[in-house]
Design a protein around this ligand. Structure first.
Ligand code: FAD
Ligand code: NAP
Length: 270
């Protein structure tokens, strides 16, 4: 008997993603850059979520694409999508992304994921967003959302980087809250810059867990961390998340779980 073999079809990225076009690239320094791409008409997300991006591997194999998760940095109402990226030396995805040009294709999966969103929290008046490095990306989307400005009385962003030149989006962050889309009246963002590997004017100099433990973060923000008022999202370096979690627990705050609501949640970037 002759068995017919079903031909194996190479994976088609368009089964699960849309092919988007790069509209612009902004280079912050030699290791940080932002990419704007077209947005599929049916793509919806909640601020704080992430999506898998795909880029042709260039291996010559049909359908070969390298995929990595990226947080949306753009607002839900923007007609483009924006991503803020590190360039990891030798990294399979980021080195390819860094070499792209305007007009090139980036695959964007159709389904966004993630629970680093304010929607998960009940209550709270003060939203604290604690980021290391590119972990600021989901917070840009959250802060660009009018709902964030309506729902909370105060917003704090603490953004920890190694060098002052790694503090991206400073102008956009300074302008937040003055955008008429966000509505007039809310107090401006309480922005706390943290630069850990060189002296930097206007920035705190120690790591976030230490700044939480010694009260310096609260002094710089001008607000107290307290279970009734504070809701906290933390994103970036996994070691930072562990240490911040310990520091928050030591302050009487609890991780937010559906079965046991609390005040903070984290998202690990690697
Ligand atoms: C849920 C989620 C959301 C993410 N969102 C973003 C985002 O918005 N922007 C972004 O730049 N990255 C983001 N990442 C990381 C991203 O998916 C890739 O890891 C990163 O682009 C590097 O890919 P790579 O293939 O070049 O290196 P990889 O092989 O993926 O990583 C190699 C090493 O590089 C380091 N590394 C990876 N990502 C980072 C980073 N972002 N900052 C500092 N060091 C890093 C780690 O040490 C890692 O082990 C996210 C990851 C997750 C899980
Ligand atoms: N940034 C650079 O100049 C540089 C140079 C060469 C290579 N890289 C590559 O880039 C990646 C790092 O990128 P990055 O600088 O964006 O991210 P990062 O190393 O996570 O540093 C970002 C911020 O997080 C802080 N941090 C790290 N661990 C912490 C912890 N346990 N608790 C609290 N804070 C913590 C850092 O403080 P500390 O400064 O105290 O660690 C820094 O302020 C690495 O993969 C590295 O190989 C970066």
């Amino acid at each position: 008997m002759i068995r017919r073999m079903t031909p194996i079809r190479p994976p088609d990225p368009l089964d699960k993603a849309t092919a988007e076009r790069i509209l612009s690239i902004r280079r912050w320094n030699d290791k940080l850059f932002s990419v704007r791409v077209t947005r599929g008409a049916s793509f919806r997300f909640t601020p704080g979520q992430w999506v898998r991006l795909g880029i042709a591997s260039g291996s010559g194999l049909p359908g070969a694409v390298v995929w990595r998760p990226y947080s949306m940095a753009s607002a839900v109402h923007d007609d483009h999508l924006e991503f803020f990226s590190i360039l990891v030396p030798g990294g399979a995805f980021s080195t390819r992304l860094a070499k792209t040009d305007i007009g090139d294709t980036l695959y964007v999966e159709k389904e966004p994921y993630g629970f680093l969103t304010t929607a998960r929290f009940a209550g709270g008046r003060h939203l604290w967003l604690l980021a290391s490095g590119t972990g600021v990306a989901p917070f840009l989307s959250i802060l660009r959302d009018p709902e964030t400005w309506r729902r909370y009385d105060e917003r704090v962003l603490a953004y920890s980087v190694r060098a002052a030149g790694d503090l991206a989006y400073r102008d956009e962050l300074a302008a937040l809250g003055t955008d008429e889309l966000l509505g007039a009246g809310p107090p401006p963002l309480r922005f706390v810059a943290v630069v850990t590997r060189e002296p930097a004017a206007g920035a705190l100099a120690a790591r976030l867990p230490e700044l939480i433990a010694n009260g310096e973060l609260e002094r710089a923000a001008g607000l107290r961390l307290a279970p009734d008022d504070s809701r906290i999202l933390v994103c970036g370096n996994p070691a930072m998340l562990d240490d911040v979690r310990d520091a928050l627990v030591a302050r009487g705050l609890r991780y937010d779980r559906s079965a046991n609501p609390g005040q903070f949640a984290t998202e690990n970037y690697w």
